[in-house]
Design a binder for this molecule. Structure first.
Ligand SMILES: *[C@@H]1O[C@H](CO)[C@@H](O)[C@H](O)[C@H]1NC(C)=O
Ligand SMILES: *[C@@H]1O[C@H](CO)[C@@H](O)[C@H](O)[C@H]1NC(C)=O
Ligand SMILES: *[C@@H]1O[C@H](CO)[C@@H](O)[C@H](O)[C@H]1NC(C)=O
Length: 306
């Protein structure tokens, strides 16, 4: 095994100034042109966790129920078997595989690290990262075994007719209710792309304590005006569906409604990058890690009170 050094993530200047953009009307109906890029290969056995039934949905779960704090992760159209949404991934420019460092030494919230040496960057992917931070991570199969498959005979609009975000919203409430019944004191929720639209609806209920949208799709200003719980939006600079000028409006609306918010635009990355980053593109991998840390920091801030 290669020697793995521990290097603190540089606080890169990820914040892009939001200003002076002319408003785009109804750009929010657009699906990002990057939405279907770099599709994952679904893998049913990937990850440190296991798949169980929660409220009638299959869900990948990771971490301990005894933490009493759950984080619901709502996938993009590629569903809950996407490896980057689940487990440790080792990104190396030369595709070298390593074993995971001992989980107990890996991630703490206060001292977030990526493990890297000259040749490799190790990324612990989202659900297991959440679990290692002490939460019970839950990634449900909102598509009931039927995620979108690129280049299949079905187009995205056809697929969306069956797998609409409104249905996802209803199912997400069912899952959260089941988690509460299992003894969870509080639930935070984050959604990616398709899942972002689900989460923005959850955010105007009292089902969760805090929410995160990651490069969300189809979210409108009206959706945002209805949000009641703290919300972070982690967005890509390159996203024609949810562009920076729309995010500025989101931020103003949340602030005007006195909803705690944290909006961040990651420069030079494309919509989808937090789950569908190019594994050999190290700056993008680092930006994905930064977003995962922001997700955890935001939800922890609100969940740790319970
Ligand atoms: C799925 O993940 C397992 C590890 O859990 C791995 O051994 C297997 O090769 C993966 N399958 C595919 C198709 O990537
Ligand atoms: C889907 O088809 C397009 C056009 O034929 C091609 O460029 C792309 O690589 C294909 N994607 C996958 C994942 O097969
Ligand atoms: C991934 O990133 C590498 C390095 O930046 C680049 O050479 C490669 O073309 C990228 N692959 C895709 C599929 O974009």
């Amino acid at each position: 095994m290669a020697k793995i050094a521990q290097v603190s993530v540089l606080k890169l200047a990820f914040f892009v100034t939001l200003s002076s953009f002319v408003s785009l009307s109804l750009a929010q109906k657009t699906l990002s042109r990057h939405c279907l890029e770099n599709p994952p290969t679904p893998n049913s056995t990937y990850g440190a966790g296991l798949v169980k039934d929660i409220g009638g949905l299959k869900a990948y779960v990771s971490g301990h129920t005894r933490s009493r704090l759950a984080i619901l992760l709502v996938s993009d159209v590629y569903g809950y078997q996407a490896p980057h949404l689940r487990y440790v991934h080792f990104s190396t420019p030369n595709h070298r595989e390593e074993h995971a460092p001992n989980p107990s030494t890996l991630i703490t919230l206060l001292d977030y690290v990526i493990y890297c040496d000259k040749f490799s960057v190790v990324v612990v992917d989202i659900a297991d990262k959440v679990a290692r931070a002490g939460f019970y991570a839950v990634v449900p199969d909102f598509f009931f075994g039927d995620p979108y498959v690129v280049n299949s005979s079905r187009t995205i609009p056809e697929w969306l007719k069956i797998h609409g975000t409104d249905k996802g919203f209803e199912d997400a409430k069912t899952v959260i209710a089941a988690l509460r019944k299992e003894g969870m004191h509080a639930v935070g929720a984050a959604g990616f792309c398709w899942g972002g639209k689900v989460i923005v609806q959850i955010a105007n209920t009292d089902f969760t304590k805090a929410t995160v949208l990651l490069h969300p799709s189809w979210v409108t200003l009206d959706d945002i005006k209805a949000v009641k719980v703290p919300m972070s939006i982690l967005a890509a600079e390159l996203d024609n569906g949810t562009p920076p000028e729309l995010l500025k409006q989101f931020e103003e609306a949340l602030t005007a409604n006195k909803v705690n918010n944290f909006i961040k635009i990651f420069p030079k990355v494309k919509h989808g990058w937090t789950v569908r980053y190019n594994e050999t593109d190290i700056p993008t991998v680092k930006a994905a890690n930064e977003a995962h840390k922001d997700l955890l920091d935001w939800l922890s801030k609100y969940l740790r009170k319970y």
